[in-house]
Every structure is written in C-alpha cells, then in structure tokens.
Design a protein around this ligand. Sequence first.
Ligand code: 2HA
Ligand code: ZN
Length: 265
Amino acid sequence: MGYKCIEEVTEILDLLYKHGWDERNGGNLSYILTEEEVESVCDTDKVKRTFTYNFDMSSIVGKYFVITGTGKYFKNCLKDPETNLGILKVIDNHTLGLLWGYKDGGAPTSEAPTHLKCHIERLKVDPKHRLVCHCHPTNVICMTHIHDLDSNHWTEDLWKMQTESIVVFPEGIAVLPWILCGGEEIGIATAEKMKEYRSVVWAQHGLFCTGKTLDEVFGLIETIEKAAEIYMKICDKPRLQSITNEQLLTLAKAFKIDFRHGIID
Ligand code: 2HA
Ligand code: ZN
C-alpha cells in the first residue's frame, strides 16, 4: 500500500485489536490528516460520494479526516485499509465528501457524528488536536459495573492506582451513564465533556480518548486501562496502603503537573 499516514493509523488499530479492546466491529477512530498527507494518497478534490449530517460543522469545513467504516473490524484494517477506512473532507456545514476508501460501498462509523462533535470541541481547546479514538477496554467496562459513575470519584481512584495516572491524565476522566450509542444524545453529552477532558467513559460500553498524536492517544488508553486493571485486581482485597493525597500533591509539584483541582486538594 505504502501510504505512511494510513499505515500509522492501521498500526494503532491493529494494536488496539490485539489488546482485546476492539472485538468484532467494536470501536471506531477518526484522525485529522494534513492536505499533504491526503495528497500522498489521493486527489484532494475528487469527491466520490457524500454523507450528510444534521449538525453544524462550519468550524471544521475544509478539514480532512480518515474515519473507520461502519460495521468494519479493527482486525481487518491493516490488511485492507481501502475497504475498512475512508478519507473524507468536510465540504460544507453538513456534508462529508469521500475522497478515498470504503471500497465496498461502505460509509463512516455510526459514531461519526459523535467523533466530529468531539473534534469540534477539542480543536477549540487545543489547535494541535487531531485524533478521536473509541474502544472497548475490558477493565474500564468492568469498573462501570461496580464503581459509582461520578467523574471525580473515578479520577481520584484511577490516579491512586499507580503513580503514572496523574502524570498522563492530569485533567482527570469524565464518566457518562449508559446512553444509547450511535445517537444524538450520547454525541452531545460526550462532546460537552470534551470541553474539559480528553477521556470520556461510556458506562457498560467503553472509552472515548482524544489527543494530538496517535502515540499520545494510544498511551492515554493504555494508562487508563492499566489503572482500571489494577483497580479490578485489588478492589475486593484488603488494602494495607495506597497512594495518599499528600503523595499525589508532592508528585504534582515535583513534575509541575497542572492537575484538576477539587479532588485531592
Ligand atoms: O462501531 O463500538 O459504539 C461499534 C461501536 C459502537
Ligand atoms: Zn463502542
């Protein structure tokens, strides 16, 4: 295939699959491409098909995205990117134009409106933002069955599972209750949380993570899932010691971490 930007995306999709976080057609990803990256794969103005959405995309008109296809399996993206992925351009307030991919007549993931709403919010906070990734990490889902769904309680407990957590997600993690996936309500609720967080948990479903690069977002997912794994392994065991608020504050000071206030301080 030889398209560097597509290879980078499919490598991450493959890793997510191999971790067991994207069974069957679980999960979806959207990543902003530069014009140069799109030019290395296809024409930037030959629109093959269009997809319309009923929300306002005016702030991202002209941007290019690679987006996983609806019903497609992360497992298959590395060997057949042109069927499982699409490159799309936001051609007006309500329309995506397909430039490349979805070779079998496919379409963007059912969660594309949620992804695009998250991109719109994250770009307001961070102009370098590029990636939204949704996956189904096992221990994060486990925790949503046995832990309350308060974002501050999750943040505190995940920060205290391992020293790295507060370093990797100092803004904390947001948690949403069970809401119908693929719909408007969950998209609006997720994007609202993205004004303050890069990571949003969907109860009994999975995780949405965002960031500047594929490595950053993959690392964020790994770190959150690792903290959740530790939580699940120790939650029913007697605890002799844990990380204290004071220790986290010492760490934050030493590493100059701009962490969310009102949880451990
Ligand atoms: O695309 O994960 O949330 C399959 C899903 C929907
Ligand atoms: Zn999902």
